[in-house]
Structures are given as structure tokens and as C-alpha cells.
Design a protein around this ligand. Structure first.
Ligand code: BGC
Length: 763
């Protein structure tokens, strides 16, 4: 408050507002007044988000801040590093506080499972818990804003960033987008334990052609609105304070210079009132995109299109003044952007107290990564909900905590990979590996380990992956044959074999697109050799995208998808393997049989000649050289118990536009164990003015049933659930027949029909 008083005095509020009046001092009035006091240089300074790296010494950074030439940072993640920078801002003429941003994507010091894994929980409460803890930990380290959630719909698993997002489905991703924003921002972005959410990447980044990172997106408007844009809108509805702009182009115009995207759609149509930040270097990339001759033009295009703040700025700082003086941009282009930066800082509570999240030095943690700062119990609780049981022949799982277990595989002891990509400020040494997790859980019996294979042997690929700096590929120098031999010997001594295979995390990352979805390295050969021992074989997958594991599916007796499960991953995996937790995860993305099937998302159109199971396979839409359909469908995941569904009941066979109807099923746990499952509601619009998908997820409920218990699950359906964007981009429901499907995955469903009546009361 003292600082605010000083600031108010400096910027011309003649008397200090009393505490009670603070609330009445509108944000707009405060920000406008401040802008009216600023020089051009100070304004441009606010638009610069600089990266903390070796390019500038800390002294130089502080000097720049004190001169009002920097608005925020990316990459400084502790109170004692941020405090001197905030001190410098308080020495600047107007004392405008800095904000400190960081990629807090799935945890901060405690690493939670990656986005794709969180989505596999279908448990909004668990997802929120991960976001809330991330915000608490990050804010306690002086972070004000996160470049998250990452809510790009991903339907092409070749794209390495599939791992960061929440999967292929518009409804599921939209629900999670809102939940994550609210979890980060808590009661308000200005709370000391909240961080502002900068949702990303606006827009359509997940639809890059061929899954090749940074590539172009070419898409019709109806599809954009129907399938790809809703998550961003949902983040805004959740109150996201900021948006990060995508690196791809959209129908030829890069997102970063796209006025339609940032103004017509984001601000005018959706009413977004927050801050728009470019991606790292995104403005300069406009030159490579071929829409700007040089950085000056790039800066002009970006600011005119609506990018308020330039991340890793090398364009706004040097170019905006010249652009203004030459008349290429207007004063209002700059002022509008400054208004958003100051508005965001106001919302983060920084004008009230620039040290809101930095605190006082005497209270700084002695060790930022101290164990007591972690939230291990919650990380384990969330992680076990994200694991998806893909196969469990003859009830091999859960295992007994006895006998001899051979743990094989290059990822079984990895502390780094289990954290997944974008693991913020997590420390690998604090990860519980799968080896550790099993060891911790085993009260009797023994665990023998063999590496079995390297993750990647092609030295060119290794070089590429390591260049990214995400992690080292620690290759065993022994030959593949030697390693497999050792693994087979270990397997022969064991009662059961657990093979932990998948991708190093650097393969499921930014700039990590693949042309193959096979297990990399010699892991497939390893599995074949393990299978040949005749021992019961459990595959534990660690990967950030669906893999094509048709062969391994046949070979293994049980398969558990664990994604990258974070700091407590090993314990969570052990909980499931030994049955201390009954798996309840469901796939948020389709697993293809092969890379050639991509894209094969579940909510596709029917086509004029749909595939017909069992029919003569001519002249229908399919690949003739492979079985039709996915290996594992969207929404799929097993449990250690069994669930049955009764036929569905509809409260009515007609629905008027102002009414609702209820679809109900009885779900019964027919097995011997308590367990959770996800009841999924899909709807198909049978005849529309445009072809509509064969099904679209519209709702779900995750329910717990005791062994033998039966529960009625009800879904209410109204006109809003039936709306779509027609060719005129009108969002409306069309009267006629709809099919309601309820199931425990997207394929195996119960179905009923109803008719949506027109206004007049008939179809
Ligand atoms: C990524 C963003 C990220 C930024 C800062 C960029 O390369 O695309 O998602 O927030 O780097 O790390």
C-alpha cells in the first residue's frame, strides 16, 4: 500500500486513496492516468518481455529496468533473483513494477504428470489440484504469470507437442482449459498464491500440417470454430488474463501478424480484455514466414495486428519508436498495447505491492528445491489417476508383492524422462523412478534389473535431440545383442517381467516431430526377445504421444500407459501395478495402428461410403492393407474390476428448443474390487445442413462404484448440446434426429434416438 501511495503521488493523484477507495479507483482510470505520465521510451519498455539468459548480465538487466526499458521477464524463477530486478523497477521514474513469467505447465518444483496424462484422468478435480499446487509453488518463488495452459487440440501424434496438451477432443480440452486457468488464478490473479494464466498457443497450433512443428495450418472457418477454437474461448470464459500467440500461420497469415485472429475474433467477437503476448521470438519469425522484409516490418505487423508484448524482444525495443516517427504505426497502437500490459500488472496485484510474490529476503527459502517445499502426496494421488490400463490378459495385473520381478528397459531408472517435457523447475534427482517405486512397494521378493536396450542409437538423431538441451540420451556402450542377452537372462530368473519402454522426453517436446510412431531404438526387438522367454510380460509405456504398438500389443500380457508421470511417477506406477490403486484413466487421444492411419480421431465424418465391418471391403473408406479403426479408441481404458451398462433410457423421444431431456444408464461394478470409471456421453446429429461427426463427446462423469454396486448415471441434454457452426458460421441446432450414445469408451456404446423439434413443435 505504501508503494501504491507513492506511485499515486508520482503519477498525479494528488491525494492518496484511502484503503476503502482503492477498490473504487477503477483499473481503467488508474491505467489511463499512468499512461498519460509515460514517455514513449517507457511505454515501449513495458512492451518488452526479456529472456533471462547469458545475453545480458544481471547488472545490465537491472540498469535497463531502472531506465524503464523492460516490462517483464521470462526465465527467472526464484525470489532472490527476482527481487533485485523488482528493486530496480522501483528505482525507475514511475516505479512501474515488473512481472515475472515462466512455463509452469504441469507443476513447478513438484512435477505433476504431463498435460496428456492429466487429461487421461478425466478427473477435473485432480487436474485442478495439480494446477493449484503449481500456482502455489510458483508464486512462492516470485512468479506472477505462467505461459499455460497449453490447450491446442492435437490430432496428429507425430507432433511432439501433443504431450503438452490435453488431447484430441474439443469438449474435453475445453473443460480442462477452463479448469486449469481457474486453478492457476485461484480466487483472483491478484492473490499472493495465484499466477496469471497465459493460455496458448492462439491459435490452431496443434493442427500444423503433417505434425511438423511450426508448420502451416490451412483450415476452413467452420472447422476452426467447431473443433479447434473452443478451448481458447473456454480459457477466456475461465478468466485467463493473457494469451500467447501461436507460431504457425493460419491460411497463409502467421498468427503473430494476424489482425483477424487477434482483433476481429479475440477482442471483438469474444470480448477478450487481457494481455496478448507473442511466443518466444515469434515477431522476428515473421521475416522467415515471408510476410515482413525485416525486423522493423515484423514489429509493425505484430503491433498493428494486436500483439501487446514481445517475448524475447528484439523487435519492439529497437523498432517501435522509428515506426511511430515514420507514421507506420500510430500512438494508439502503442498505447493500446501498454494499456494491456499495465492492466495485467494491475490484475496481478503488482501496483498494490510489487513484492506480492517475492516477499521479504529474510523469508527466502534456504534451498528452493528443499524436500519440504514439494507436494509429493498430491503428486502421487494425481499421477495414479492418469495411468491407463490398455490390456490385462487373464488378470495378470495387479501383481503380488512377492517372488522375483525382472524390471527391464531403458526408462525404468530414468529420473529425467519421467518428468516429461517442460518440467519447469523440477529437479530430476527428486523424481521417483519406476525402479524406486517398485522397490519402495515390495515388502517381499526381489527385483532384478537390466537395461535391455538403448532409447535411440542413430547418432544423428541423438545429436539432434541433445541439441534441444531437453535431456541427454545416456547410451549404454554395449552392443544391442549384449544388452538384450542380459535382459533375457534376467527374465529367465523371474516370475514376471516388467518392461519399461517408450520415448525419451526429448522426443515428445517442442521441435520433436517424428515420422514414425514405433518404439524407438531396439526396444521392439527387446520385447520380442522377452516374449520368447515365455514369462508373463507387462509393458509399462512412458511416452508423450500415442505410439503404434500393434505388435507389442499382441506380445504383452498387460500394458499400462504411464505417459510421463512426474516427481512421484514411480510410486504411482507401483500403486497400480501392485493393485494399491485400481486404474481409472481413459485415453484422451486415439491410438492408431500405424502412422499411416493419421489422422484418425474418433469424431470424424461418416463419408459417403463408410467402412462396414464384415462386409465385402470394396469401395468403402478404409486402408486396404491394415485392419480398420484404431488400436485403442478415444476414451478407452480398463480397470481391475468390470463394469456393465444397462440399455439407456431417454426421458422423452422428443426435445423442444426450450426444454431438456435426460439420458440415463445403470452402471454396475460386476467385479470383485471397488473401482472408478468414466461414463461418456456422445451425440450424433444424423442429418444436418452439413455432414456432422459420427459422434462428439458432450459430457462425462467419473464415478466410483464399490464391488457389486450399481448406480444410475443421468445426463441432461438441451439444445445447446446440439449446436454447431453451419456454413454461414451461425451456431445453431437444426431440428431432426439425434443419436445419443453412452459408453465407457467412444466405441462400445449404448444408443438411443430422439428428435429435436422445430419452433412449431414438429420435426
Ligand atoms: C514455446 C512456448 C513457450 C516459450 C517459452 C516457445 O518456444 O513455443 O510454448 O512458452 O517458448 O519457453
Amino acid at each position: 500500500m505504501k508503494r501504491l501511495r507513492l506511485l499515486c503521488a508520482l503519477i498525479g493523484f494528488t491525494s492518496l486513496p484511502a484503503a476503502a477507495d482503492m477498490a473504487s479507483l477503477s483499473k481503467e482510470a488508474f491505467v489511463s492516468n499512468l499512461i498519460s505520465q509515460m514517455t514513449l521510451e517507457e511505454k515501449i519498455g513495458q512492451l518488452r518481455l526479456i529472456t533471462i539468459d547469458e545475453k545480458m548480465t544481471p547488472e545490465k538487466i537491472r540498469e535497463e529496468i531502472a531506465a524503464g526499458r523492460i516490462g517483464g521477464t521470462y526465465g527467472s524463477v526464484s525470489r532472490f533473483v527476482n527481487r533485485p530486478m523488482q528493486d530496480a523497477s522501483q528505482q525507475s521514474r514511475l516505479k512501474i513494477p515488473m512481472f515475472f513469467g515462466w512455463d509452469v505447465i504441469h507443476g513447478h518444483r513438484t512435477i505433476f504428470p504431463i498435460g496428456l496424462a492429466l487429461a487421461s484422468s478425466w478427473d477435473i478435480g485432480a487436474i485442478e489440484l495439480s494446477g493449484r499446487i503449481a500456482a502455489k509453488e510458483a508464486s512462492a518463488d516470485g512468479i506472477d504469470l505462467t505461459f499455460a495452459p497449453m490447450i491446442d487440440i492435437a490430432r496428429d501424434p507425430r507432433w511432439g507437442r501433443t504431450s503438452e496438451g490435453f488431447g484430441e477432443d474439443t469438449y474435453l480440452v475445453s473443460r480442462i482449459a477452463k479448469a486449469m486457468v481457474q486453478a492457476y488464478q485461484g480466487t483472483s490473479p491478484n492473490a499472493p498464491d495465484s499466477i496469471m494464466a497465459s493460455a496458448k498457443h492462439f491459435a490452431l497450433y496443434g493442427a500444423v500440417e503433417g505434425g511438423r512443428d511450426y508448420n502451416s495450418v490451412d483450415m476452413g472457418l467452420a472447422r476452426m470454430h467447431q473443433d479447434y477454437l473452443p478451448p481458447y474461448r473456454s480459457a477466456i470464459e475461465g478468466g485467463a488474463g493473457a494469451m500467447m500467440v501461436a507460431l504457425n500461420s493460419i491460411n497463409g497469415v502467421p498468427a503473430t501478424s494476424n489482425a483477424w485472429l487477434m482483433q476481429d475474433l479475440l477482442r471483438k467477437a469474444w470480448g477478450f480484455k487481457g494481455l496478448v503476448i507473442s511466443d518466444h521470438n515469434g515477431i522476428n519469425d515473421l521475416v522467415q514466414h515471408g510476410v515482413a522484409k525485416n525486423h522493423r516490418e515484423a514489429a509493425r505487423l505484430a503491433i498493428k495486428a494486436g500483439v501487446d508484448m514481445s517475448m524475447n524482444d528484439f523487435s519492439y525495443g529497437p523498432e517501435l519508436q522509428g515506426l511511430l516517427e515514420s507514421g507506420a504505426i500510430s500512438q494508439s497502437n502503442i498505447d493500446n498495447a501498454v494499456r494491456e500490459v499495465l492492466g495485467a500488472k494491475y490484475d496481478m496485484g503488482l501496483f498494490e505491492d510489487p513484492y506480492r510474490r517475492i516477499g521479504i529476503a529474510s523469508e527466502d527459502p534456504a534451498d528452493n528445491n528443499a524436500e519440504h517445499r514439494l507436494h509429493r502426496a498430491q503428486a502421487r494421488e494425481v499421477a495414479r489417476k492418469t495411468l491407463v490400463l490398455l490390456k490385462n490378459e487373464n488378470g495378470l495385473l495387479p501383481l503380488k508383492k512377492e517372488g522375483v520381478i525382472a524390471l527391464i528397459g531403458p526408462l525404468a531408472k530414468s529420473t529425467v524422462d519421467i518428468m516429461g517435457s517442460w518440467s519447469a523447475s523440477g529437479v530430476a534427482e527428486q523424481s521417483v523412478t519406476i525402479y524406486d517405486g517398485l522397490k519402495n512397494a515390495m515388502t517381499q521378493g526381489s527385483l532384478i534389473y537390466a537395461r535391455g536396450a538403448n532409447l535411440e542409437e542413430d547418432q544423428e538423431v541423438v545429436k539432434y535431440l541433445e541439441y534441444q538441451g531437453v535431456s541427454k540420451i545416456e547410451n549404454d556402450p554395449r552392443s544391442a545383442a549384449e544388452m538384450i542377452d542380459e535382459a533375457v537372462k534376467a527374465a529367465q530368473q523371474a516370475d514376471v517381467v516388467i518392461a519399461v519402454v517408450g520415448e525419451p522426453r526429448s522426443m515428445s517436446h517442442e521441435a520433436a516431430s517424428r515420422t514414425s510412431l514405433d518404439l524407438p531404438g531396439r526396444q521392439s526387438e527387446l520385447i520380442t526377445a522377452l516374449k520368447a522367454t515365455g514369462k508373463p510380460l507387462v509393458l509399462v509405456l512412458m511416452n508423450g504421444r500415442p505410439l503404434s504398438i500393434g505388435k507389442e500389443h499382441k506380445q504383452a500380457d498387460a500394458i499400462l500407459e504411464t505417459w510421463y508421470s512426474g516427481s512421484e511417477g514411480g510410486n504411482a506406477v507401483a500403486d497400480v501395478l501392485f493393485g494399491d490403486y485400481n486404474p481409472s484413466g481413459k485415453l484422451p487421444i486415439t491410438f492408431p495402428r500405424s502412422v499411416g492411419q493419421i489422422p484418425n480421431y474418433y469424431s470424424h465424418l461418416n463419408t459417403g461410403r463408410p467402412y462396414i465391418a464384415g462386409a465385402l471391403r470394396n469401395y468403402t473408406s478404409q486402408y486396404f492393407d491394415q485392419s480398420h479403426g484404431p488400436l485403442y479408441p478415444f476414451g478407452y481404458g480398463l480397470s481391475y474390476t468390470n463394469f456393465s451398462l444397462t440399455d439407456m433410457a431417454l426421458s422423452s423421444t422428443t426435445l423442444s428448443k426450450t426444454d431438456n431431456l435426460v439420458a440415463s444408464v445403470l452402471v454396475k461394478n460386476t467385479g470383485q474390487r471397488d473401482g472408478e470409471t468414466v461414463v461418456q456421453l456422445y451425440i450424433r446429429d444424423v442429418v444436418g445442413s452439413v455432414s456432422r461427426p459420427v459422434k462428439e463427446l458432450k459430457n462425462f462423469q467419473k464415478i466410483m462404484l464399490k464391488a457389486g454396486e450399481e448406480k444410475a448415471v443421468h445426463f441432461s441434454i438441451n439444445e445447446n448440446d446440439l449446436k454447431f457452426f453451419n456454413t454461414q458460421l451461425e451456431y445453431a441446432a437444426e431440428p431432426g434426429e439425434f443419436r445419443v450414445q453412452i459408453g465407457l469408451d467412444s466405441q462400445d456404446v449404448k444408443e438411443q434416438s430422439f428428435e429435436l423439434l422445430s419452433e412449431q413443435g414438429s420435426g
